[in-house]
Design a protein around this ligand. Structure first.
Ligand code: ZN
Length: 250
């Protein structure tokens, strides 16, 4: 099979060689590692240049963005622009409203800057939307963004329907193994708009310490079970989705 992990953070995973060996043994053929700030963007890019199975998305995580001044934000934008031929998406970006005091309006401003960048560069965008699912969708709709992956999306059914209607993609995380909500999402999302992600090193399928791309099969299994098709079919469909969304990328 040709398994794909569309969202993780390999720059903070221990023992990268071991992680990649186990991924290979588990038929994981592509891994998109995501950057969250300048340092992690640099590491993500480096990893993608070193290992052919790793692709990089670089971006600016909403919470990390809050501690930066204009000059530092511009530095990140220049870094993304300067390396746009080496990355396959803009991510991880979005909104995180888990805590009330985390400058929600400022987060929206920065998210819009990142969206504009993704449109200018014609790259897909990988979106974090914790406790801000509706707000993320509204901004993406308002800015008429076409190439979107909603990562670890926890919104309700009506919001999933909006993602589907907008022809965006949604990724099923490995912790769907124990999360009813994500299992339901795997059921609700059409096969033509679905991906799988580990969010490694987070969201371990058995709540153990470190997640890694080799566990991506857990998300594939959930989709296969919910849709009543084989793992092989799920892997072929997701590969097709990948080729469609990233058709202009490497
Ligand atoms: Zn993430």
């Amino acid at each position: 099979m040709n398994l794909i992990d569309v969202h993780c953070h390999l720059d903070i995973c221990d023992d990268i060689e071991g992680v990649l060996e186990r991924a290979k043994a588990s038929e994981v053929k592509k891994i998109i590692t995501n950057g969250i700030n300048l340092d992690s963007n640099k590491k993500a890019l480096e990893l993608s240049l070193k290992y052919p199975e790793i692709k990089s998305a670089i971006g600016l995580y909403p919470i990390d963005a809050l501690s930066l001044n204009e000059k530092e934000i511009n530095e990140i934008i220049s870094f993304i622009k300067g390396n746009s031929d080496k990355i396959i998406a803009i991510g991880e970006v979005g909104l995180d409203f888990k805590e009330d005091d985390k400058q929600h309006e400022r987060q929206k401003e920065i998210f819009k800057i990142m969206i504009k960048l993704s449109k200018d560069l014609d790259k897909p965008i990988i979106v974090h939307s914790r406790r801000a699912e509706k707000e993320c969708i509204e901004i993406l709709e308002e800015m008429q963004v076409k190439k979107v992956i909603m990562h670890c999306f926890s919104g309700r059914k009506n919001l999933i329907a909006r993602i589907v209607a907008n022809k965006w993609f949604i990724s099923v995380p490995t912790n769907a193994k124990y999360s009813r909500q994500f299992q339901q999402m795997a059921y609700d999302a059409p096969l033509t708009q679905i991906f799988c992600e580990t969010d490694s090193p987070f969201l371990h399928p058995d709540k153990l310490k470190n997640n890694e791309p080799s566990f991506i099969i857990e998300s594939y299994k959930i989709i296969a079970a919910k849709k009543g098709i084989s793992l092989q079919e799920v892997s072929e469909i997701i590969e097709r989705n990948y080729n469609k969304l990233f058709s202009h990328e490497n």
